[in-house]
Design a protein around this ligand. Structure first.
Ligand code: NAP
Length: 243
């Protein structure tokens, strides 16, 4: 039975991926800060699910990841879904810095920890949920878009490191467009909103294919293709916002 660890599975995309993997017979280790949500989720299939309460912004999170791996008896797939994001046109510094703390500091902590585990244990598959928001700087969400770009580049860098060190680690950088989850539950209107369960299913498909970069879904693949071609002098004038 294959074993996956999902950090950030107490709600949203991470939990939907967890449900799909469960149906496919995987053994799961799931984590997040909300213990109660983890306990409820574990009740779906207590023999198949291990849980661990952890906060990726805290140093002890790496020890807790190791505890979860031990409970599971090993790890074949690591998925980091934890993340926060807000629109912040007034540049509230708490929001900007909290976003960096979770999406950059916490991201590095957990991804490096999983990388080291795979390096020391013969290899594995390391996947992260970043976002299409990393394609370009978004004026309405500076820290969110910049931290997501950071995540894309960090995974590119680790892939090169794997080649340098001749390791057996695969990467999947998952970049969804807007998904109906708590992250976007701010009363604003988001166009082309996708259902979280469908997104979870598409992500599992991409992971099984060992896709290196997976933009979810086709409409967003087209959007990103055109966004990438827009020069900065035009981009800065584009009224990209939600109401
Ligand atoms: N929704 C979208 O439109 C969208 C689009 C593209 C990418 N994404 C990305 O998808 C990922 C999941 O977001 P979502 O949309 O599924 O929203 P969500 O339902 O709010 O899920 C966020 C998850 O991150 C976990 N998390 C947040 N801070 C954490 C911390 N300090 N330590 C551990 N876990 C933490 C939360 O668990 P706890 O609160 O229990 O800790 C929760 O499980 C994020 O990285 C987000 O940037 C979302």
């Amino acid at each position: 039975m294959k074993r996956a660890i999902i950090i950030g599975a107490t709600s949203g995309i991470g939990q939907e991926v967890a449900k799909t993997l469960l149906l496919e017979g995987w053994k799961l280790g799931v984590a997040g800060r909300r213990r109660f949500s983890l306990e409820i989720f574990q009740q779906i299939a207590p023999d198949q699910i291990e849980i661990e309460e952890l906060d990726i912004t805290q140093e002890e999170a790496t020890d807790k990841l190791q505890i979860l791996i031990n409970k599971l008896g090993g790890m074949d797939l690591f998925l980091l879904s934890s993340g926060i994001g807000y629109q912040n046109i007034n540049l509230d510094s708490k929001i900007e810095l909290d976003t960096a703390r979770t999406n950059v500091e916490g991201f590095i902590r957990m991804v490096d920890s999983a990388f080291t585990y795979f390096k020391e244990n013969g290899g594995g598959h390391l996947a992260v949920i970043s976002s299409i928001a990393g394609t370009k700087g978004l004026g309405v969400a500076p820290a969110y878009s910049a931290t997501k770009r950071f995540q894309n580049t960090y995974i590119d860098a680790l892939e090169q490191l794997v080649h340098l060190q001749r390791l057996n680690i695969y990467f999947t950088d998952i970049r969804p467009g807007f998904v109906a989850t708590a992250l976007l539950n701010d009363g604003k209107h988001y166009p082309m909103l996708m259902k979280a369960d469908k997104v979870g299913y598409s992500i599992v498909k991409a992971i099984k294919r060992k896709q290196r970069v997976a933009i979810i879904d086709t409409r967003y693949r087209i959007l990103v293709f055109f966004w990438q071609m827009i020069p900065q002098w035009i981009w800065k004038r584009m009224p990209i916002k939600t109401n």
